[in-house]
Design a protein around this ligand. Structure first.
Ligand SMILES: NC(=O)c1ccc[n+]([C@@H]2O[C@H](COP(=O)([O-])OP(=O)(O)OC[C@H]3O[C@@H](n4cnc5c(N)ncnc54)[C@H](OP(=O)(O)O)[C@@H]3O)[C@@H](O)[C@H]2O)c1
Length: 282
């Protein structure tokens, strides 16, 4: 059985490739896909098959998926272009006779209004229309989105627009592990899994950073437009700043909340909590 992972040059894809190898899949049965295969040379040296796959280049996708049985489609990064890009991967997978495609979606993608959810919803619809056996992983926000900001939090405090909304963030390596369990497992086809960790509010995040660091870190809730201004001022590109602003605002309405049960079930253990992640990162 051959397993392909798209986006293997990125964080989640790379972690998924490593998780496949750790679970005993032979390197020759793992196909690591990326736009820039030079970033995958070390995997090729370990016997992993490395192939070029650009979501904008259908011929590259057809060649990359030849002989592949199951695909982990890691969602791309180009806002506004992703439904078209992901649909190209889905069509190539169907043409190649792939038996299962696992897709990384986002929280409550079927109902939520935040911008990022729209493209995931579009991709989920394309998958449903394709007839290809598939699994939708509605991945929670990464805990790393928050722990990467710890130096900023310690200096300036936490700002957001999420109010008291609970955010079911999960550790990225655990989301990669879960994707791998589903990819090589049986009985998941047709399922939508909510892969979220134990949820917290940004006020609770601030309290935890304070307790763990011994510093006084507060959470300031801003109107969405003001949060977008802060992000633009920090150098975040406009489409990303707007998307982050409206996802935070939608989090206040519960859009980033997920029950933690699916992730725990797939991992076979409790997921990493926000306090554990904060303390480890500090
Ligand atoms: N849950 C969250 O909090 C969260 C946060 C950020 C992103 N995401 C989503 O989850 C995905 C995986 O997260 P990550 O941390 O691994 O992101 P990442 O490190 O930015 O990796 C994104 C991957 O997508 C690939 N990619 C982008 N456009 C492509 C294209 N046109 N053709 C082929 N490959 C393409 C990138 O390739 P290159 O190396 O060539 O750029 C890279 O391998 C992201 O792409 C995004 O959709 C989720």
């Amino acid at each position: 059985m051959k397993y392909a992972v798209t986006g293997a040059t990125g964080h989640l894809g790379r972690l998924a490739v490593e998780a496949l190898l750790e679970r005993g899949v032979a390197p020759a049965d793992v196909v690591a896909l990326g736009r820039d295969t030079a970033k995958l040379d070390d995997l090729a040296d370990r016997g992993v098959q490395v192939r070029r796959a650009d979501y904008d280049d259908r011929a590259s996708l057809d060649a990359a998926l030849a002989g592949v049985d199951r695909v982990l489609l890691v969602s791309g990064t180009e806002f506004g272009r992703r439904v078209e890009q992901h649909t190209a991967v889905i069509e190539a997978a169907r043409a190649a006779g792939v038996a299962l495609l696992v897709y990384t979606s986002s929280p409550n993608a079927d109902t939520a209004s935040y911008t990022i959810a729209q493209e995931h919803r579009g991709t989920e619809q394309a998958l449903a229309a394709s007839g290809l056996p598939h699994v939708v992983l509605r991945n929670g926000w990464y805990l790393e989105n928050y722990t990467a900001q710890l130096p900023v939090y310690l200096e300036h405090g936490i700002v957001g627009a999420a109010g008291d909304g609970r955010i079911a963030a999960a550790a990225r390596p655990e989301l990669a592990e879960a994707a791998t369990v589903v990819l090589i497992g049986e009985g998941y086809a047709g399922q939508v899994l909510d892969l979220g960790g134990p949820a917290f509010t940004l006020t609770e995040l601030a309290a935890e950073v304070s307790a763990a660091s011994g510093r006084d870190v507060t959470y300031t809730d801003l109107p969405e437009a003001q949060l977008v201004e802060v992000l633009l001022g920090a150098g975040v590109p406009e489409p990303m700043a707007k998307a982050l602003g409206d996802s935070d605002a939608d989090a206040a309405r519960g859009a980033l909340y997920l029950e933690p049960t699916d992730l725990e079930k797939v991992l076979g253990r409790p997921a990493t909590t926000m306090p554990e992640a904060v303390r480890a990162a500090l």
